[in-house]
Design a protein. Structure first.
Length: 184
């Protein structure tokens, strides 16, 4: 058994971070923006619902709230410096697509652009905003998904806090023993 010690509760997120870092693109009244985001969770399979925590202090918050849509883009480790740079700048001062030399591609079902350099792009429409005012928690429905053919399991970034990321590791399959109800 591993030896355990007390740990600050304010830092438990480094063990519970729900998934890979994503880049959320938005568009409102002709302006576009991109934000780096780590606080997201899958809520339902059908319809495909994803919850995002977008701080009201973030430039994207108002754009996404007003447009009621966004694109969740999955960067790979090849974009690590870009992901950090996007997270350390504000779209109120720069055009992040231009500044970080990213390709804005037209979406099929929403107005927000896809990021061409990302492995996957999920077009989303706001499904429920009941928790936005109190918790900055948006619930989106994925209405269209675009995913690169390969690699099947890309290397993605997972934030652990204090500017430290982990890279997704090797793949372990247990398909024969897996039951979907095991995950809730």
């Amino acid at each position: 058994m591993p030896r355990k010690t007390d740990f600050p509760v304010s830092r438990v997120r480094q063990y519970l971070e729900p998934g890979p870092i994503v880049l959320v693109s938005s568009k409102w009244r002709g302006a576009t923006n991109i934000m780096t985001l780590g606080w997201h969770t899958v809520l339902e399979f059908t319809p495909s619902l994803i919850g995002l925590v977008i701080s009201s202090g973030n430039h994207s918050h108002r754009m996404i709230r007003d447009s009621r849509e966004c694109v969740i883009n999955l960067p790979t480790t090849a974009l690590t410096d870009t992901v950090v740079g996007i997270g350390n700048t504000t779209g109120a001062e720069i055009d992040k697509f231009e500044h970080f030399n990213l390709t804005a591609q037209e979406a099929e079902k929403v107005g927000a652009p896809l990021i061409g350099e990302c492995h996957a792009s999920l077009e989303c429409r706001l499904h429920d905003d009941a928790l936005v005012e109190r918790y900055d928690f948006f619930i989106f429905e994925v209405v269209k998904a675009h995913v690169a053919v390969s690699p099947k399991h890309p290397e993605t970034l997972h934030y652990t806090g204090d500017g430290v990321f982990m890279v997704s590791g090797r793949i372990i399959s247990r398909r024969l023993q897996f039951r979907p109800e095991m995950l809730g």
